[in-house]
Structures are given as structure tokens and as C-alpha cells.
Design a protein around this ligand. Sequence first.
Ligand code: ATP
Ligand code: MG
Length: 398
Amino acid sequence: MQYHAFVIKYAEIGVKGKNRYIFEDALVGQIKRVLAKCDGKFSISKVAGRIYVSADGFDFDETVGALQTVFGITGICPAVAIARDGENRLPNVDALCNEVIAFVDGVYPDKNKTFKVKVRRVDKSYPMDSMELAAEIGARILDAYDEMRVDVHDPQILINVEVREQINIFSKVIPGPGGMPIGTAGKAMLLLSGGIDSPVAGYMIAKRGVDLEAVYFNAPPYTSEKARQKVVDLASVIAKYTGRIRLHVINFTDIQMYIYEKCPHDELTIIMRRYMMKIADILAGESGCMGLITGESIGQVASQTMQSLMCTGEVVRDMPVYRPLIAFDKQDIVDISLKIGAYETSILPYEDCCTIFVAKHPVTKPRLDIIEKHEESLAEKIDELVKTAIETDEVIEL
Ligand code: ATP
Ligand code: MG
């Protein structure tokens, strides 16, 4: 089937009144962003509560794939568009019926299906009203294809015909990612490691319209260049959905070594995680973020028991910590990771900084007062080390 356009469906919940324009404009902006990277000529228009993408010389799979990365889109309907002729006339009813019959043939080689025709006549000068036209087209389809039957309640095929500036015929709905368009919420700082969880956490929050910035704590030479590249690659995977991401790479080695030297080894992970959160909190504040995001999930590892989460979350003073995976099982997280295209990168074997200094028996029920007591032995140098880590922040724009 040769399509000429896409009708974009989006959920309208929470998009009433004044906010609707903000939502739609952001959605149009995001559609433009992803289509700019696709082959073809596209023009996007917003008419009467719908968004249309007319497309010329495009690759179908590439274009649909790109639209499927735009949060806010719930459905992508490939459409055939019939323009007015030189005298500004739309095809007459007979010609229109023939177009719809050809459309059905092109899209559904197997005709053993129930169908319903739904007409939306916006151009009121068109000779039949919506109901009459739907009945006429339906009758003509029945004539043309013996096997097809009408089912107005639960049809297998819903054939939409819109009569407006042009005529659009569409039927299939390819699912979009849902959510809210990027740019309709604020910005948050994702603590991005090389694992499976944090990219999924970032994706989920971004899906609510939140812009992302990310921070990775790197520990060279204990972690390799490959581990760092893996995180950069994961940030690019998320950036496909969010547009640009600024990734901060923080050299965490000296802080980690200092904690290793001064604190009990079974508390190392918790104390390290506390310093990561502290630094992320500062970076987030400096870059206008309104929250931190982590990939934590209750009970997944020692550093994510409820006691551990209390201890690591406690250092964040300036903003909420969003943990979208908090109640997810690992398999559910893996499923999303696969769906968004992060999994293959996430499972590459390059170690991240936490795995290197991990104790054999890390505390699973850390007590905040004891952790704080042990952190006192860091007093001499830790502030200076944190300051240096932030000052030497390497920013990568993706
Ligand atoms: P992930 O799969 O996201 O790596 P994880 O199961 O390995 O998570 P932890 O190592 O306990 O869990 O980390 C919990 C969260 O802390 C991560 O989801 C991430 O948000 C953050 N985090 C951990 N290590 C780093 C790091 N090196 N740089 C940035 N953030 C990190
Ligand atoms: Mg990890």
C-alpha cells in the first residue's frame, strides 16, 4: 500500500483547556525532531484536535520507527490522502467509494473480515452527510467483496474516512509509546550506571514528559574505557526518545579510594552510594533539575533493602528522588529494557565502579546513625574531594 500521510493519535486525558496547546505544540515539536533524521519530505499540521504528518518519498518502517519514539503518541495510523483537483474539487461519492474499495484491497488481502465504516465530514459542502456516506461506502464494500461482513459493534476492521481539506482514509493503528511529550514537565537528573535498571528508570520518567540530564560515576583505572563507552551508548539509546541528553561523567576514583581507606568495608557500597547521591543532588541543583532518578528496586541487592534506601536517600536535601522501578520485579525491568533497545548494551560485561570495591558481605540493614558515625572519619579530605570531582566534571552532549 502506498501511504501518503500518518494520522497521529494521542490520549486526551489531562490535556483539556489551556494545557492542550502546550501539549500539542510539544508533541508537534518532538515529531519534527525525530522526522528530521528520516529520509523523505514531511509536513506536520495540527487541525481540529488531530495531528497529521503528510509524507513524501519516505521509508515506511523508518518513519514509523521514528514516530514510535515520540512520547505522547498513542497510535500511528498510516493514511491514504486524496487531494482536491485543479478546480478545488474533492472526488465525488462514486470516485470516493472506489478509492476506499482499493484501499481495503491494498491493506487487507484477506477479505474474510468484519468491518465498519466511520466517516467524519468536516467539509460540510460535501454532498452527503457522515451517516449517509458511511452507509454508502459500506454498501459498496459489501458489493465489491463477498466475504466481508458488517459489524458495527465490534468490527475487525474500522475504516476511517475523513472529508476535510483533503480526504484521508485510514484503518490500521500502530501503537505509539504513550506518555506525555518531552518538554511538558520539568527536568530531572538520572543516575545512569551501565546496568539494566537505570536506563529503564530514565525512560519511564522521561515518558511522563520529563527532560533528562544524566550523571555517571566513573572510576578509572579500575573501570575501563569500555565501561564508560557503554554508559555513553546507553545515554544515546535514551536520547532517541528524549532528544538531547547532557551526560556528566564524574571521576569518582579518589572518593571511592578514600572511603575504602577510612570506612568499614561492609559499609562501602552504602557510603559510596550516599556520595553519589550528594554529588548528583548538587549537579541537579546547578542545572535546573527538579528531581533525581535512580534504578533502585526494593530488595534487589544489599544496597537496595529498605534500610539501605533510607540511608542513601537521606543525603538528598534539595529535591525528591524518583525511583520508578521500586516495586518492579527484575523480569519486568528486563522486558522494558528489551523493548526500548537498551538490553543488549546493558548486558555487556564491562564492570561499573560499584562492582570493584564490593565487600564479600555488605551490610543489608545499615543503620543511619552508625553510617554517619563512620563517615566522620572522612572529615579531613572528603569535602575537597567532592569539590574536585564536581569541578572536573566532563560533560558529553548526546
Ligand atoms: P543498575 O542496573 O541501574 O546499574 P543496580 O541493580 O546495579 O542498578 P546499584 O548498583 O545498587 O543497582 O545501583 C542503584 C542505582 O544507583 C542505579 O540504578 C543507578 O541509578 C545508581 N548508580 C549506581 N552506580 C552508579 C554509577 N556508577 N553511576 C551513576 N549512577 C549509579
Ligand atoms: Mg549497577
